[in-house]
Structure formats: C-alpha cells, structure tokens
Design a protein around this ligand. Structure first.
Ligand code: MSP
Length: 521
C-alpha cells in the first residue's frame, strides 16, 4: 500500500479577503504536499474557511448581505487566489458545510455525555453594539477595543470544556513525542505560559452569538469558535458520517501547519479534545512564524495588503506565482518571523531566479543548441571537475530530502539553489566555449551533458516550490515522469532534442518596479 501524507492549513476566517499572510501558510503547505506527492505518497492536502461567529455576521450586515451570500463571495475569492498561486489542495472545507455542522454537533454531544462538557456561566465585559464579550485584559482604557464604547460586566449561561483536566496529559505528550510540537521553542512557550500556570476550562458555547451551529440538546446555545473550527481536520475526512473511509485512510494528520498565534489551540486544546473523544492524535503541529511588513504582522484588518501593494492578486500576475512562492520559502526562515519587503523580493528575483537559475538554464540550452543542434549529448570519461560537480549535486539532493523531512522549506530551497550556483561556477571553470574552440567534441559533450543533468535534478527538486517554471524546464528536457526519478545519478535524460524554452525570469529594473508598484498600491 502507498504511504499516506495528510497535511492541513488552518481554516481561515473569511471576514475579509485573504492576505499574503494567509497565503504564506497555504504556499508552505503546498510545497510540502507537492514534495510528498512527487515521492509517490498518497497525499491529502486540506484547507478551508472558518465561517461562523459574530465577526462574519457583522461583516455581512455592513455590506447589506446575508451571511451565506457574503461567505459564498469570500470563498470564491479565496479559491481564485489559491488558483492564482498554484495551490494544489485536494479538499476545501467550509464550516458551514452540512456534514461538518452535523459532525461538530455529534462531537459536542459526545463530550457532554462523557462528562467533559458541563454547563456554567461566562462572565466578561460585554459591548452591546458589537455584541461581543471581552476579558479585562482585552479592554482598551476600560472600553471596547473594537468600537471604543462603554462595556458592562455581564454574565451569560455557557457550556465549558474541562480543559483544566488535561495539563498533565499534554505535558506527557510533549515529553514522549518531542516531534509533536515544532519548532522546539514552541514547547517552552506552551509549558511556561499556559500549562504550568494551570489551564482554565474553555468556554465552548454562547447564547449571544446567533451565527453558529446550535447545540443539539440545548439549541439556544451555539457552539463557540474553536470547538467548531478544530474538528474540521477530522470532519473533512468524513469522521462521524456514514462514509469515513478517508478518515480511516488519512488520520492521524502528518502535520497541521499553523501560525504561531494559534499554537495554543492546536497543541493544547485540540489534543485534549481528541483525547477526550478517544481519537488518535496528529503526528505533528508546526507553528511557523509571522510574515512581517515593516515590523508589523500582516493582517486582514490592517489592510496593509492594499495600500502597500503586497496584494498577491497584483504581485502574482506581474512577477509569476513561482517567484512569490520562492521568495517566501527562501526569505522567511521557516519556523521564525521574517520580513517581507518589495525591495528584497525584487532583489532576490533578479539574483536567484533570473541570474542564477534562469541564466544557468538559458546559457546551457543555448550552448547545446549552438554546438549540437539542441540534441542532448551523451557523456564520456568524466574529469575531476565533472566528478566534483556530480558529487556536490548528489550531496545537495540528500540535504533537500533531509530538510523536507523536518519540513524545513527554507533550508531545502537553499540547497536547491546551491546546486544552481555550483553549476554556474562549473561553467566558469571548465569554459565550454574554449573547449569548443579546441574541437574536443567528447569533452564538450560531457560538460554539457553534466550541466543538463544538473539542471534536470535541480528542476525536479524545485518543482514542488516553483511548479510552473520547473515544469517548463523539465518538459523542455523531455522529462515526463511526475515522480522524483533518477535523483541519485547523472543518467536521467533520454536521447533527444531539447525543446525551445523562453526566458524563465526576465531581469527586472528594481527602481522602475518599485515606482510602478507604489502607484498600484
Ligand atoms: N480561523 C482561525 C484558525 C482555525 S484553525 C482550526 C484563524 N483564522 S485566520 O484567518 O485568522 O488565519 C490565521 C492564520 O493565517 C495564521 O495561523 C497563519 O497560518 C496565517 N497568517 C495570517 N497572517 C499571517 C502572517 N502575517 N504571517 C504568517 N502567517 C499568517 O486564526
């Protein structure tokens, strides 16, 4: 049986349009999903939208739309964006999907019957116009942080999940399975900030929120936020429905990739819910850092994506989705915060994609055209330079696989670019144009074949990250196989003719682009 790989993004709130920040997680997961598919695994890549709650209702009302009408539009926009960014998700879940709502009701009822959910009362500062509860620490100058109006202390009947009972069990989980929560630094955050001070029970229903899934046995309550959202990872697989074959096949998840601000819910609340239900835990929760913009976190409410022109809807058609994807993988050290700046993006575009990868491909292809009429040459006795190139390339292949096992897309893309850099250095060293002048055809053929094999291997590895440009190169080389093949040797190319290839990443005039973008933003 094929090995399986189940990967998820968070389900995003569609209260506003998705930003480059949300795209970041989705793009990261896409490379991991594609990489695992190319290894021949049966991959399920899940993403979706978290559609209940007050904020959604308010956003719809503001626009004079029903929730459903508003959400359908936002989901369409989200799916369009994922298409633009070449996101190869296998399933898109909406928490308003009927099967999800039914399964969440079932979870709630089961937890209640097992004694993990009980009725209590929720106390907090209530803002009537916003219909929102706030904790003391969320208030700004004692007022509502959203509308700045007066709030009053209020109590409302609510159900609670006994999270407080799970502290020890979660600590044991982290100890016995150090791979469960990554990167390692997140474990300390969870232990020191939340578990050691003592976990509080979690409010899981509201009577004041109308846009949500009603509690089956007490329908004046709606199921509140996290207990509606987190189970998407199993309801999407048909858990609790008549057909749970996907659940049987794909659960437990291999990795839930999320932003660091929601690690607490994924690494404490979610395992606690699963333990209470007697369901296996996911193998790994990976809490990545934030994409920062001028020192701030990008977020939907700040709208930086509009005025600063970091809107992927503008950037992708202008610079290709491959370039944006590559930049995010490479520039933001995976697991940590990193900065997005247009200047850094344009600089990397020129240095890495245009001058390094693009130039390597175009100069090699043009030499094969010039000297051998675009016929892929055979190779002869390799020299020390050739062997060194080959050994280096194969060592980087190993590196890429090792990094990807650890989900480290940043180091993996760095290793792939090491290959391209090395090949460019090799060209400078062996000077094929000089060899051509000597008339040593065998030597020239060997050099060009070694370069083509290097490009083949580099492009194979790069395909999960930059699917469009890498596939163009692989097609031009006559590599049809969609799975990784011949990554441990330099005999992967078949005899034949190179197909013509346009320039992959035409060099950009950074200043002109900066100016043009500032007008678009
Ligand atoms: N609906 C919840 C998640 C429920 S999962 C069961 C939610 N939604 S969200 O729309 O606010 O999306 C948050 C996620 O978007 C983050 O966890 C992260 O994956 C991604 N990001 C949003 N802005 C980001 C950055 N600026 N940088 C990196 N990731 C960011 O929370």
């Amino acid at each position: 049986m094929k090995e399986k790989f189940y990967i998820t993004t968070p389900i995003y709130y569609p209260s506003n349009k998705m930003t480059l920040g949300n795209a970041y997680t989705t793009i990261v997961c896409d490379a991991l999903a594609r990489f695992n598919r190319k290894q021949g695994k049966d991959v399920l890549y899940l993403t979706g939208t978290d559609e209940h709650g007050q904020k959604i209702s308010q956003s719809a009302t503001k626009l004079g739309k029903s929730e459903k009408e508003f959400l359908d539009e936002m989901v369409e926009d989200t799916k369009d964006l994922w298409k633009l960014l070449d996101i190869s998700y296998d399933k898109f879940i909406r928490t308003t999907d009927d099967y999800h709502e039914k399964a969440v009701q079932k979870i709630f009822t089961e937890l209640y019957k097992k004694g993990y959910i009980y009725k209590g009362s929720y106390k907090g500062w209530y803002c009537t116009p916003c219909e929102s509860f706030w904790t003391e620490s969320q208030l700004v100058d004692g007022k509502c942080p959203d509308c700045k109006r007066e709030v009053k202390f209020q109590e409302e009947e609510a159900y609670f999940f006994k999270l407080s009972e799970f502290g020890e069990k979660i600590l044991k989980l982290y100890e016995e399975h150090p791979e469960f929560l990554q990167p390692k630094s997140r474990v300390n955050e969870m232990v020191n900030n939340f578990i050691k001070p003592g976990l509080s029970d979690l409010c899981v229903s509201r009577t004041s929120v109308k846009w949500g899934v009603p509690v089956e046995f007490d329908p004046k309550h709606t199921i509140y936020v996290w207990i509606d959202a987190l189970p998407n990872y199993i309801t999407a697989l048909g858990w609790g429905s008549e057909d749970d074959s996907l659940f049987k096949k794909f659960w437990p998840a291999d990795v839930h990739v999320i932003g660091k601000e929601i690690v607490r819910f994924h690494a404490i609340v979610w395992p606690a819910i699963l333990m209470a239900l007697g369901i296996e835990l996911p193998h790994c929760v990976f809490g990545h850092g934030w994409l920062m913009f001028g020192g701030d976190k990008l977020s939907k409410s700040k709208k930086t994506n509009e005025h600063e022109c970091i809107d992927p809807r503008i950037l992708a058609p202008r610079y290709t989705s491959d370039a944006i994807r590559y930049f995010l993988y490479r520039e933001i050290p995976f697991g940590y915060d990193g900065n997005y700046s247009t200047e850094a993006f344009l600089t990397r575009f020129n240095a890495d994609l245009s001058n390094n990868f693009g130039n390597l491909v175009s100069r090699t292809f043009s030499m094969v055209k010039k000297y051998f009429n675009s016929q892929i040459p055979e190779y002869y006795q390799p020299t020390e330079d050739d062997n060194m190139l080959k050994d280096y390339v194969l060592s980087q292949v190993k590196d890429v696989f090792e990094q990807m096992k650890k989900f480290d897309i940043t180091k993996a893309t760095a290793s792939i670019f090491n290959i391209f850099t090395e090949a460019n250095t090799y060209i400078q060293k062996v000077q094929p144009w000089a060899v051509a002048k000597t008339g040593d055809e065998k030597r020239l053929k060997t050099i060009l074949r070694y370069l083509l094999e290097t490009i083949r291997i580099g492009s194979e590895l790069f395909e999960p990250f930059a699917p469009t440009s890498s596939r163009k190169v692989l097609d031009a080389l006559g590599v049809e196989d969609k799975l990784f093949t011949n990554l441990d040797n330099f005999d992967g190319l078949k005899e034949g003719e190179l197909k013509p290839l346009d320039i992959l990443f035409p060099r950009l005039d950074v200043n002109a682009e900066l100016e043009a973008l500032s007008k678009l933003g």
